[in-house]
Design a protein around this ligand. Structure first.
Ligand code: FAD
Length: 282
């Protein structure tokens, strides 16, 4: 059992991981091994102390060097669910489960609104995890909504199982796909079905019949990730110690609210890590 599971490899997650490492805590740190796109894609950063007119690429490279030099390990993947147990948490990453005494949510903000019908049909044909649920759609017709090229290997995996895949990507230049993958140009606007997914509605007014919908996003809404987590105006509610309403669960960075800034994320990651250390010591 790990001391802490950190979810998210942006500045908040990195700051928490560094501080827990310095204090010799065992950590499972899950997210993208290339860290946060919101760092690498910034054109110019003028408000990060010590970095004078740096580009996002500069800051991201510095973060990457620090991850290596501090011997931090990233488990590359998306956490699809966090399960509160009696005195610890279980987190699902693909088909793997990890257990930790505490959790730090450093997941940034969900930039895309959830689709109409998505929440109600979650687990009833809507899935966020190709590895977990792909086998259920062997020989079936599915839709995949993909927000980042780094998830394309999951689309390929699904296309090897399903007989037909309708793929919508929110970026251009989609990589090579199998013959059974049809790229949609109209944007999905809703997911249809009563007790199971039956189709998706598109922005051109048409509907396509599908058996399941996989949504491969960079971030999952906090209430979907951890049902029961308390929100405040759409952000995770925390106190000054970065504690959420759930015992042993902390949050840091953009997911706790504005301003959306690197230094706030780094500061909150630090506070969350120290709160975890206090909690573990009790
Ligand atoms: P993020 O950086 O968003 O990192 C969260 C990470 O968690 C992401 O990698 C995400 O994929 C991952 N994640 C989410 N859910 C899961 C899950 N379920 N499982 C695993 N991983 C998950 N701020 C400034 O202060 N100065 C600037 O100049 C500036 N410029 C910016 C320019 C651009 C183009 C953008 C987009 C943002 C800019 N910002 C700037 C804002 C800054 O990027 C954010 O405030 C900061 O990155 C927040 O850090 P974070 O760690 O909270 O979240």
């Amino acid at each position: 059992m790990y001391d802490c599971a950190i979810i998210g490899t942006g500045p908040a997650g990195l700051s928490a991981a560094l501080n827990l490492k310095i204090h010799n805590k065992s950590v499972i740190w899950v997210g993208s091994s290339t860290l946060s796109d919101k760092v690498s894609k910034a054109e110019q950063i003028s408000n990060y102390p010590g970095f004078i007119n740096a580009s996002g690429k500069d800051l991201s490279e510095a973060f990457g060097r620090q991850v290596k030099e501090m011997g931090l390990e990233i488990t590359d993947g998306m956490v699809s669910s966090v399960y509160p147990m009696d005195d610890h948490y279980a987190i699902a990453v693909g088909s793997e489960f990890y257990e930790a005494k505490t959790v730090i949510l450093a997941t940034g903000i969900v930039s895309k609104a959830t689709l109409k019908g998505e929440d109600g049909l979650l687990g009833l044909g809507v899935s966020y995890c190709a590895t977990c649920d792909g086998m259920l759609y062997r020989g079936k017709t599915i839709a995949v909504i993909c927000s980042n090229p780094r998830f394309e290997h999951e689309v390929k995996f699904l296309s090897e199982l399903a007989s037909k895949v309708y793929l919508y990507t929110s970026y251009k230049n989609v990589g090579e796909m199998g013959e059974n993958v049809e790229i949609l140009t109209a944007r999905p606007t809703g997911i249809n079905g009563d007790d199971h997914v039956t189709g998706i509605s598109l922005s051109d007014g048409t509907e396509i019949a599908v058996d399941g919908v996989f949504i491969l996003r960079e971030s999952i809404a906090p209430t979907t990730l951890l049902p029961g987590i308390e929100l405040d105006g759409g952000h995770i509610a925390v106190n000054r110690s970065m504690e959420t309403n759930m015992k042993g669960c902390y949050a840091a960075g953009d997911c706790t609210g504005r301003p959306y800034q690197y230094t706030k994320a780094v500061g909150e990651g630090n506070v969350a890590a120290h709160s975890v250390i206090d909690y573990l010591g009790k």
